[in-house]
Design a protein around this ligand. Sequence first.
Ligand SMILES: C[S@@+](CC[C@H](N)C(=O)[O-])C[C@H]1O[C@@H](n2cnc3c(N)ncnc32)[C@H](O)[C@@H]1O
Ligand code: SF4
Length: 187
Amino acid sequence: MVTEPPHQIRDAVRDHPHYDRGGHAMQILTVDKKFLWITEAFREAWLRPWGSKLKHLKYRLLWELRPFFKDHGKAPLAVDIEFANECNLRCTMCQQSTNWWNKKINAVVSWDTLKSVVRQCKDMGVYSMKVNWRGESTLDPECAEKIKYIKDQGIHEVQMNTNATKLDDVLSYKLIDSGLDRIYFFL
Ligand SMILES: C[S@@+](CC[C@H](N)C(=O)[O-])C[C@H]1O[C@@H](n2cnc3c(N)ncnc32)[C@H](O)[C@@H]1O
Ligand code: SF4
């Protein structure tokens, strides 16, 4: 049975400027929420180093402009690459908890594959890469080195979702030093 979240939670989520900007909820975003989101794009760009302020502003605004003009551009704004397709948790809503998923071979992305994907993204003009899909990327022992590689190749923004269970001091500092731009904790 699907239950609706309490209205306070639902409203708080919908009021957040990052709420589901790419999905069906786009259609229910009101003008004031779009304004909030655009304000956030300017705020983020301002916090960037001088050399990348304008690029960041363009990148964030394109998330709004492309759906509005129904223009997918020459390349995706963001590409996900799965560093590790395994996970140390089994959240009930996630594929990781299914028998089907756990028949797969657990693996981390090879440097050859990573380099090839990053090169293609760079050549196409992709702005952002996220280093996970349905896996826990901190299980890749070289995740910080791989993020640094992506950044060094000139990808504007690198993002990671993590359950944070592996984030001890050593890994946390390595991730900060890697140049990781955005990290989401899902607990
Ligand atoms: C699959 S996790 C992978 C990264 C990391 N392990 C984490 O939990 O943040 C990425 C995101 O997908 C969400 N997620 C999990 N199962 C999902 C599903 N069936 N449909 C949509 N999102 C899902 C999680 O809540 C999390 O926010
Ligand atoms: S921590 Fe992330 S990848 Fe792991 S089971 Fe939970 S949602 Fe899935």
